[in-house]
Design a protein around this ligand. Structure first.
Ligand code: THG
Length: 264
């Protein structure tokens, strides 16, 4: 399972302050810490309150790359900010994200082809996030078909069925899991899948328990990657264990230690 470390996000106060003050310290500490704890990519998001998202994204990409060699997932709804970030990335990046809306898909897939970037496609459109799995899978198919028209193979795409907080959108849970299963039948090769794992527990008590329970359930339904808290040891241990049960890694007595070491 590919872990995209969620922590370099202006949604967190320390990162928002670091961006505002142009203080690389907290950003570089989180970059190193997430890499050490097993992240495979680092999500880079300037946050909802940035007044200059292009400049902020350029700065975040540069200071992050000084601290870590991990590939980046550029997370923004401002495509100018993503493009400015892509120009600075030292290795192929991931674009996070594009909904199934034609004008946005055309902009993002053209950019992905130019910069050899992977793309997270969201199962939503102008009308929002549908509840039922069939509609989500339909939007995923639109993303796969449009990507193909730009020469982007399905396995360069990560479809995100969009996880919502279980305290306010409980009825979406089973639909998200069914979407993950059915996405694998859209094409051959199939697109990959991802979710914003911590979304599921926003505003709840027992967040870590909810996150790791969702992680293993989603993995059993075909989840390939997650934007997640790589520094949550119990989550990472649950992911390592799920990989054993799903026969994705070979069992050994110390599989949790091995899983962590492999990423260090
Ligand atoms: N899909 C895709 N990208 C995404 C998301 C998604 N990017 C952003 C987000 N969702 C995933 N990242 C996070 C990061 C943090 C939190 C949730 C998801 C989080 N933050 C605390 C909160 O809101 O309570 C902030 C707490 C604090 O300020 O300390 O939970 O779904 N493609």
């Amino acid at each position: 399972m590919i872990i995209i470390g969620e922590r370099i996000n202006g949604m967190f106060k320390d990162i928002a302050r670091a961006i505002n003050d142009r203080d690389p310290g907290p950003v570089q500490e989180w970059a190193k810490k997430q890499e050490y704890n097993g992240a495979h990519y680092l999500d880079i998001n300037v946050g909802p309150s940035s007044t200059e998202p292009v400049e902020a994204m350029k700065w975040l990409v540069e200071v992050t790359q000084e601290a870590s060699d991990l590939p980046l997932a550029l997370d923004s709804t401002k495509y100018d900010a993503i493009e400015a970030g892509l120009k600075l990335c030292k290795q192929p990046a991931m674009i996070n994200s594009v909904p199934a809306e034609m004008a946005k898909m055309e902009r993002v897939f053209a950019m992905a082809a130019e910069y050899n970037a992977e793309v997270i496609g969201l199962a939503m459109n102008e009308e929002g996030i549908p509840k039922d799995a069939d509609m989500r899978v339909g939007l995923a198919a639109e993303l796969v078909a449009t990507a193909d028209a730009f020469g982007i193979a399905p396995d360069m795409l990560y479809i995100d069925p969009l996880a919502l907080p279980c305290n306010v959108a409980q009825d979406h849970g089973p639909e998200v899991l069914r979407t993950l299963r059915e996405i694998k039948m859209i094409s051959d090769p199939a697109p990959k899948t991802t979710v914003g794992l911590s979304n599921i527990s926003q505003g709840t008590k027992n967040r870590e328990l909810i996150n790791r329970t969702f992680a293993v359930m989603a993995m059993a339904n075909g989840l390939d990657s997650a934007i997640a808290d790589a520094c949550d040891d119990e989550l990472m241990a649950a992911v390592a264990t799920a990989r054993i049960i799903l026969d994705m890694d070979i069992y050994c007595d110390s599989f949790v230690d091995v899983f962590k070491q492999r990423n260090r």
